[in-house]
Design a protein around this ligand. Sequence first.
Ligand code: SAH
Ligand code: SF4
Ligand code: F3S
Length: 445
Amino acid sequence: MTTFAIHTYGCQMNVRESEAAAKALLDAGLTPAADEEGADVVIVNTCSVRGKAEDKALGKLGLLCATKRERPGRVVGVMGCMAQRLGESLFRRVPRLDFAIGTRCAERVAPAVEAALAGRTTLALSDLHARPDAPSGHMPGGFSAFVTILLGCNRRCAYCIVPDVRGDEWSRPAREVLAEVRALAEAGVREVTLLGQSIMNYGLRTPAFDADDPPSPGGYAKPFPRLLEAVAAIPGIARIRFTSGHPSGVNDELIRLFRTEPKLCRHLHLPVQSGSDAVLARMRRGYTREGYLDAVARLREAVPDLALTTDVIVGFPGETEEDFLLTRSLMEEARFDNAFIFKYSPRPGTLSATWEDDVPDAEKARRNQILLGDQDLRGARLNQALVGTRQQILAEGPSLRNKSRWSGRTSGNKIVVFAPPPGVRPGDLVDLVIARAAPQTLYAE
Ligand code: SAH
Ligand code: SF4
Ligand code: F3S
């Protein structure tokens, strides 16, 4: 019996593709390994978004391939964004590597494993301008699933490598997305998270609906809200999430849907990157500080309990102390529930990599620490404000720390630890009152 393990770096897009690859390996007769050390086949799914993410993956691959000296039959492969970027050269950098499979071609992984077991190497990269297939295949048994609806990205923010590794933006036909969600619901899935790099662009560059598709009952004309509405109508689906947002997609239809569709979770991940107009313009983000805050104000007015999370980059080329303080104040004004803060990392081939990386690393680290400190206090304060409120929680199962307690998530995506009501099963929705709050966790009785 051949066993496999997949180690995943990067975003949910990668998690989804790892799952598709795992399902294909399962179908090919392989078994998931109990742990990575014991696995006969190890695949590293990689991210290129920052230099450090690539260094980690290369280090990991080097160690794995070194184990092949003692275990010559072991298979080690790489997939994902770094494989797409570095391609052929990976075989020189990582001696004894068996295969490299790029992005948007998870279906190539199972044949590559078979070839490797027969002693052959494989290099398969995706054509970034061709229309890709979305990852198919889900692992059986879960109550929560990712569904990719938009592939690639055409925005070309100045710092970002994603368009170079994930290619042109394509929307999956709505019919195909809905069929996938229907099948998941029939298999017991209660929560779906729709994925796309700039997901509100769904159906704008390439069509998603055609003339034969049934009209939107709520009269939604824009493809993204229209798709969300159709997903919500699928029996069995109790919760819908999506990521990532862009302020340009915050329109009246989306706001109306947040207000009226109880299955649409009260959470929006809306990366802001910076609070300074000068930096936003150089980043080519396509909005201003005021535009971003205006989108937040409209959302908050219509949906007061919406949780907002974001991504921020510190130390972008030319970022002054004044620019940084503008980011700091924007984060307080927007009242983010959570924020991922990154130190700028120049990426080969991007526009900003041609500019001097002029903020010293120590200064990037200082700015990062300040924003993290602010966010911890703000997150704790916002969590504290939830004490005494009733929240709907999707029960996930026994908590990792204390098996007599369960954990789950609120609609706003906050983790709640609670005493399981009698008869509760993973995937059930339970209504509980928040009794106490810690900075990262809520507790309910
Ligand atoms: N598609 C998403 C972002 C994908 S990358 C969006 O546009 O919202 C995830 C995050 O990594 C970005 O939001 C950004 O904050 C960060 N990031 C991207 N490129 C980076 C770089 N070169 N250096 C540091 N952080 C970066
Ligand atoms: Fe990168 Fe910008 Fe596309 Fe997000 S929208 S993936 S940051 S280019
Ligand atoms: Fe990384 Fe690729 Fe996602 S570069 S952030 S894994 S799209």
